[in-house]
Write a protein that binds this ligand. Structure first.
Ligand code: HEM
Length: 363
């Protein structure tokens, strides 16, 4: 799976760039039309824009997620609600007493999985190892070459289906959520938005933003990092499990122990950050306006170590290009009388509360 992801974030990055650039540009145009003079919530627009890119990466250019978007969104909501405050999460035996809760979750997983079943069946018939069209082909190719480290007969259709479900849900939801947080913060901090506009105008000068511009736009990177730090959208990441006795930070941890990492504590360490509660992107820049490598390494929204986020590179490129493209075209303004809440809705992924904005055209 990681090989397939790598292909589209390195050698064939241009494919991903085209999808993101196209979808982010159309989304920006739509938002200007819809919310240019009447404020509204941009959540559906951002979610659909992110989902359309993710879906095309998995299944090829022009593949329209269409009405399946609702199924994927429902699955995302189902996961999030389940992880919100479910007692089953910490006392798994409760599933026998509360079967309804598990059934609900299983149903949304089955629904989203069915999208993949249909696609995988179709793909087994048309796969050609000489023409890798998308991530599904790339995963299939690596299975056939034995690169998954498994006997290809063991890597069944069902496992490919689950892998694609993982990439679809785990890929779309945190990416779109991250974008929403960045947009909320720049609406709440118009001075930050103004600096972003100035940086884009000075560097990009009216042509379309591209992934090649990323290095020359350090302030946007600083905003990305600061939003990731202050929000910490998955404060404990995902649960890990020790497969042998281990030592972590000097402590003995027995085999078969569930281990959670506390990313929140790393991001809110007062001794290191000084004012962790403040949204201050400049903290990631040195006196010359360049990114401070040491500070950047302390910001870990994708986790750390061998089981950190498998989609980190893809997500960084996706969020950067979507955000920069939208900011080049639009100014996001708080709706008159709107009270912006920066505290999250709790869940597996912390998400922003609904907010309404005006979206004005810039160029
Ligand atoms: C901005 C977007 C994203 C954020 C902030 C994010 C964050 C994370 C975090 C914090 C973890 C847990 C790491 C840990 O506990 O150590 C994780 C795991 C994971 N992420 Fe992401 N992620 C994002 C996008 C993506 C994308 C685009 C994909 C797929 C294409 C993806 C696939 C996964 C998978 C499969 C795991 C489980 C990895 C494992 O257990 O080995 N994520 N992500």
């Amino acid at each position: 799976m990681s090989k397939a992801l790598k292909l589209f974030t390195s050698d064939r990055q241009d494919i991903m760039e085209d999808y993101i650039s196209f979808e982010a540009n159309s989304c920006a145009d739509d938002m200007i039309k819809k919310y240019g003079s009447v404020p509204g919530s941009i959540l559906d627009d951002i979610e659909l824009c992110t989902l359309r890119v993710t879906y095309q990466l998995l299944y090829g250019q022009g593949e329209d997620v269409g009405e399946k978007a609702e199924t994927v969104r429902a699955a995302n909501e189902g996961f999030n609600r389940f992880a919100d405050s479910s007692a089953i999460d910490v006392m798994p035996w409760l599933r026998y007493l509360m079967p309804g809760k598990i059934k609900q979750l299983m149903n949304v997983i089955i629904n989203v999985n069915n999208i993949q079943v249909e696609k995988v069946n179709e793909r087994y018939g048309t796969f050609n190892p000489d023409t890798i069209r998308d991530m599904t082909d790339a995963i299939l190719a690596s299975i056939r070459n034995g690169e998954s480290g498994q006997d290809s007969s063991v890597f069944s259709k069902q496992r490919l289906t689950f892998a694609l479900t993982d990439l679809l849900v785990a890929g779309f939801a945190p990416t779109s959520n991250y974008l929403m947080w960045m947009l909320l913060y720049i609406v709440a901090y118009p001075d930050v938005q103004e600096k972003i506009h100035k940086e884009i105008d000075a560097v990009v000068k009216g042509r379309k933003v591209s992934l090649k511009d990323k290095k020359a736009l350090p302030y946007i990177e600083a905003v990305f990092l600061e939003a990731g730090r202050i929000v910490t959208q998955t404060p404990f990441g995902v649960p890990h499990f020790t497969i042998m006795d281990a030592k972590i930070g000097g402590y003995d941890v027995d085999k078969d122990t569930v281990v959670l990492m506390n990313f929140y504590s790393a991001h809110y360490d007062k001794e290191y950050w000084g004012d962790p509660e403040c949204f201050r992107p400049d903290r990631f820049l040195d006196n010359n306006g360049k990114l401070d490598a040491e500070k950047c390494s302390r910001c870990i929204p994708f986790g750390i170590g061998r089981r950190s986020c498998i989609g980190e590179k893809q997500a960084k490129l996706h969020v950067f290009l979507s955000f920069a493209t939208m900011l080049q075209k639009c100014e996001f303004i708080k709706a008159p009388g709107e009270d912006l809440a920066l505290s999250p809705i709790l869940g597996l992924i912390y998400s922003p509360k609904e907010f309404r904005v005006l979206v004005k055209e810039r160029i």
